[in-house]
Design a protein around this ligand. Structure first.
Ligand code: PAF
Length: 281
């Protein structure tokens, strides 16, 4: 596996591979990799000739008081995991390259960035859209893969790519879960043993709502109340939001008539955890 740091080297590599007719698939990450990331790498391998993974803990997507400094980092472990997975290139730029002195250009996907996580994390999706635009510009992949746990992020990126006429296919990968249902996330490492046990309440609540939906419940109020009640049984869980939204526009819906996403964010200890279920009529 090649490790590339300068933007110019990354671009040169991509240009020569594209000229040779090879299909490049990018998996952007912030590192501290887990099995969920590795599933994205395997998916990327099936979808292209060459897999590029990027590791960059993007400062602009963390708000003041958020966990940028504490965000877990272990480059050596990540490198070994990517190497073992057969990834072709690890792109690992510095912050000074991604945000050169005087940088003042940002990408804002206005409407999709406002609700859900965007309401609690002001500027978060502006940071995400900006860094993903930069990574796509630098790596020039044919396709890029993102996990569906960050459902809003995926929709923001899809919209950005459409709106800016970027020539790249955006692929969503289904949420990868631990055996008890907890969605995999680098932030799960913040959980103590007791909090880790408590964290299963997110997926349990969503599973219950999905069962109700399958039995015919379509009303947002009933499904949301059910999830809130289920989460309330866990004393360590502090609910930030539970909402049912149209899966494409992310507008809140009163009932499920088209594909909808039941999304939630919950604080457990120092971790802010998110999860979702797409419910299709
Ligand atoms: O999902 C993530 O890990 C990050 O938000 C991303 C897409 C790599 C952008 O920094």
């Amino acid at each position: 596996m090649q490790i590339i740091e300068p933007i110019s080297d990354m671009r040169e590599w991509s240009e020569s591979q594209r000229r040779a007719g090879r299909r490049i698939v990018l998996v952007p990450t912030m590192g501290f990799l887990h099995e969920g990331h590795l599933c994205l790498m395997r998916d990327a391998r099936l979808r292209g000739d060459l897999v590029v993974a990027s590791i960059f803990v993007n400062p602009t997507q963390f708000g003041p008081g958020e966990d940028f400094a504490a965000y877990p980092r272990d480059f050596e472990r990540d490198r070994r995991m990517l190497e073992a997975e057969g990834v072709d290139v690890l792109f690992h730029p510095s912050a000074a390259q991604i945000y050169p002195a005087g940088a003042q250009t940002f990408v804002e996907v206005e409407k999709l960035s406002a609700p859900l996580c965007g309401a609690a994390r002001l500027g978060h999706f502006r940071g995400v859209a900006t860094v993903v635009a930069k990574l796509l510009n630098i790596v020039q992949p044919h396709a890029a893969i993102f996990g569906e746990k960050d459902f809003q992020q995926l929709q923001v990126i899809r919209r950005m790519v459409r709106d800016l006429a970027m020539d790249v296919e955006i692929i969503g990968h289904p949420i990868v879960r631990e055996s008890d249902g907890l969605a995999m996330s680098s932030r799960n490492s913040y959980l103590t043993a007791a909090e880790r046990q408590a964290a299963v309440c997110l997926s349990r609540a969503l599973c219950k709502a999905e069962r109700w939906f399958r039995r015919g419940e379509k009303a947002a109020a009933a499904l949301v109340n059910l999830v809130v009640a289920e989460l309330a049984k866990e004393p360590l869980a502090k609910v930030e939001y539970v909402q049912l939204c149209d899966a494409e526009t992310l507008d809140e819906v009163g009932a499920i008539g088209a594909p909808a996403v039941l999304a939630l964010a919950v604080r457990i200890g120092n971790a802010r955890l998110i999860d979702n279920r797409v419910l299709k009529p």
